[in-house]
Design a protein around this ligand. Structure first.
Ligand SMILES: [Zn+2]
Length: 365
């Protein structure tokens, strides 16, 4: 039987609709986690939650184990999500996100297990990992105990096109800074004050921002301070990020931004408080590397033409790679993630599920 005949489209859609109906904004994943623990158990997959709150299912099989990841949390707004199915496409009613990011991935993984399992087809061992807090800094993935994972390599299902393989992701640094000036009355004694606004503004205007080169970007996304025109502003808060596929470049760009701030602070006798808020490592795989090769061949066997692409966004794959499990990202068919018009075609979910079926049951495992 072909994998086309294996996938039960109605069951896949029903699973997806049940999943999107369970609200799970980041930090509130308990309900969906309980649902998934039950579903996995029904499918014969032993599952538990780890210390970080991730659901981890182990499906024993023969061959080298592979990890499949999807995240349980979504961005907001989610209150009262009402999925609408029309002409084979699932959308929200327009007042919330849909949550296809990333529940389409979860539904596809569950359908693959159900389809392969009910026919008793031989398959490789799978580590099925549903993470928490992906949207708020890859929190769940960071909390994974890498030492307990057996997977030789992994696929993170968390992108749009079902035939797309994301082979690289950037190094990413996010900084918070506080510029402390000195308050004074703006009319009576301005010379006694140090304007944090002026210091920060000078610093930011000296920074190189936007697209730095073809693989590096930088942005000051938060500039906050001041209360009244008659006070020399004592405090400005800044937040910025920089990303690059090249680790040295992201460090150099961040150092340039810090230097611009330090120089302006020195010029005015202000003070600086700097905090690294977040950073994650990038990765870059070529077409010959294990995860790319194996996923691309599964896609071809499922009748899809794989597209290899780089990304400027971070996913759980960044963390998996750091933990020593070579991983790439695959699309699920979702479109417009994070938007009110987020949607997904059922046929695309079926295609992605077929890829997973091939991955689990074929090849040099
Ligand atoms: Zn996502």
């Amino acid at each position: 039987m072909t994998e086309e005949g294996l996938v039960n489209e109605k069951r896949l859609l029903d699973t997806f609709l049940s999943l999107v109906s369970i609200e799970s904004p980041s930090g509130q994943e308990d309900e969906i986690a309980r649902y998934l623990l039950n579903r996995l158990e029904e499918l014969g997959v032993k599952a538990n939650r780890d210390r970080a709150g991730n659901v981890i299912g182990r499906w024993p099989g023969k061959g080298a184990p592979v990890a499949l990841l999807a995240h349980m949390d979504t961005v907001r707004p989610v209150r009262g999500i009402k999925p609408v199915v029309e002409d084979g496409v699932v959308r929200s009613d327009g007042t919330t996100i849909l949550g296809a990011d990333d529940k389409s991935a979860i539904a596809e993984i569950l359908e693959m297990v159900a389809a392969v399992g009910e026919r008793g087809i031989a398959h490789i061992p799978l580590e099925i990992i549903f993470t928490v807090g992906e949207e708020t800094g890859l929190r769940g993935a960071n909390g994974l105990d890498g030492g307990s994972l057996r997977a030789r390599w992994g696929v993170v299902l968390d992108d749009e096109l079902e035939n797309q393989i994301v082979t690289s992701a950037p190094y990413h640094v996010l900084m918070h800074a506080k510029v402390h000036g000195k308050p004074a009355h703006a009319g009576l004694s301005p010379e006694e004050g140090i304007s944090a606004i002026q210091v920060a503004a000078e610093a930011v205007s000296a920074m190189k921002l936007g697209r730095i080169d073809e693989e590096t970007t930088a942005n000051v996304g938060y500039f906050h301070g001041g209360e009244a025109t008659n006070v020399v502003t004592p405090l400005v808060e800044l937040r910025w990020e920089t990303r690059s596929h090249d680790e040295a470049k992201v460090q150099a760009q961040n150092a340039d931004m810090v230097r611009a701030l330090e120089e302006a602070v020195d010029r005015h006798g202000a003070e600086l408080e700097l905090n690294l808020a977040y950073s994650h490592e990038g990765y870059r795989w070529s077409a010959d590397d294990l995860p790319v090769k194996r996923l691309a061949s599964a896609m071809r066997a499922a009748g899809l033409k794989p597209i290899l692409a780089g990304s400027m966004g971070g996913t759980d794959a960044n963390v998996l790679n750091v933990k020593g499990i070579p991983a790439v990202v695959m699309g699920t068919g979702m479109r417009k993630p994070h938007a009110m018009d987020e949607h997904i075609a059922v046929a695309d979910m079926v295609r992605a599920t077929r890829v997973l079926v091939v991955l689990a049951t074929e090849g040099d495992n």
